[in-house]
Design a protein around this ligand. Structure first.
Ligand SMILES: [Zn+2]
Length: 79
């Protein structure tokens, strides 16, 4: 799995809704990708704060922000 895959699955991952095989791949990616680890951490924290620890799906706004962060990272790596 790559960073894009993590972003695509992040809400399912945090909700605990992920297929076990996909979850394993995602966690393997997190082991060597600090950026995604940070994104998962921060997303989880902000959901906890906002929703009193009840897991919810990511809002469109949060998702858009994650995508923007990812795109910046990819652009940076490419240049
Ligand atoms: Zn990553």
């Amino acid at each position: 799995m790559n960073c894009k895959g993590v972003i695509r699955e992040i809400s399912n991952y945090i909700d605990g809704d992920l297929d076990p095989v996909v979850k394993q791949e995602l966690e393997r990616h997190l082991e060597h990708c600090e950026d995604c680890t940070m994104i998962v951490d921060q997303t989880r924290k902000s959901i906890k704060v906002l929703c009193d620890s009840r897991p919810v799906s990511l809002s469109a706004e949060v998702r858009a922000r994650l995508h923007a962060a990812l795109r910046r990272k990819i652009d940076h790596n490419a240049s």
